[in-house]
Ligand binder design. Structure first.
Ligand code: SAH
Length: 244
């Protein structure tokens, strides 16, 4: 069944909902679904709705909520990927693949070795672009939420909420690999994963994170490209906790 996102919390059974202008065009023009068709729509906040289409025009599509169900495709573990800014289209790739895998939210940040250094206006544009990619990937992969893309931060301004375990993937870590670190952490509700830029983290940057109780973790003897590390590690973490 096709899946759409409703603009906001749709509410209760029996209620009429209106699809986004974009989904309306898609439903009417591309899919050509007639009124009376049942579709699945998500509110982007963890609920799925079975909706019976009523009005179908390219300008306006409405439907009646038949049922509201808790979204089953969402992992119980929310992974926040703190991703160092990467060059060119590599960030797009991280956003797309990370969303497919099941990352909950993306926090891009400037690491001391990030090559790209966008101006604030440019950073805003990039954030919009990444949000768009996350939305498209969420639809395609049938996520129940649209992962949030937070505004660009720096290593110094990254948030470290109390009680949320945080890991930094660091190829300089000699002792602890991912399995060892995760085994010591009972399944959390949220987890932060920090990934470095193309040139890797400077040692003092990792030490800065460690001072904030971020645990360094090795991903093994092979070096992954910066755009590979986030999505792959997120998948491994979800697998470890039984979410894949
Ligand atoms: N330092 C290298 C590679 C950087 S890889 C260089 O100079 O080219 C980019 C990022 O991916 C790293 O900062 C780290 O966060 C992550 N990463 C890749 N392979 C890793 C590994 N084997 N162990 C831990 N982290 C790794």
């Amino acid at each position: 069944m096709p899946k759409f996102f409703l603009p906001s919390t749709a509410g209760v059974v029996g209620e009429m909902v209106r699809f986004t202008p974009e989904d309306a065009r898609h439903i009417a023009r591309v899919l050509r679904l007639p009124p009376g068709t049942e579709v699945r729509a998500a509110d982007g906040r963890g609920y799925t709705y079975r909706v019976l289409l009523r009005t179908v025009t390219p300008q306006l599509v409405t439907g009646e909520v038949l049922a509201k169900e808790e979204e089953e495709s969402e992992p119980a573990l929310k992974i926040h990927l703190y991703q160092s800014l990467l060059k060119g289209e590599k960030m797009d790739w991280v956003l797309q693949k990370g969303t497919e895998v099941g990352i909950f939210a993306f926090q891009p940040f400037l690491s001391s070795r990030s090559v790209a250094r966008p101006e604030p206006a440019q950073a805003g544009k990039k954030q919009n672009r990444w949000s768009r990619i996350a939305l498209e990937a969420a639809k395609q992969s049938q996520r129940g939420i649209i992962p949030a893309v937070r505004p660009l931060a720096t290593s110094e301004t990254l948030p470290w909420p109390a009680g949320v375990p945080a890991l930094v993937a660091w190829e300089g870590e000699q002792e602890k690999n991912l399995r060892q670190v995760l085994t010591a952490i009972p399944k959390p509700e949220e987890l932060i994963l920090v990934v470095g830029p193309e040139g890797g983290f400077a040692r003092d940057e990792v030490e800065f994170f460690m001072d904030r109780d971020v645990l360094p973790v090795s991903l093994g003897p092979r070096i992954l490209r910066a755009e590979t590390a986030g999505p792959v590690t997120a998948a491994l973490i979800l697998y470890h906790y039984g979410e894949i």
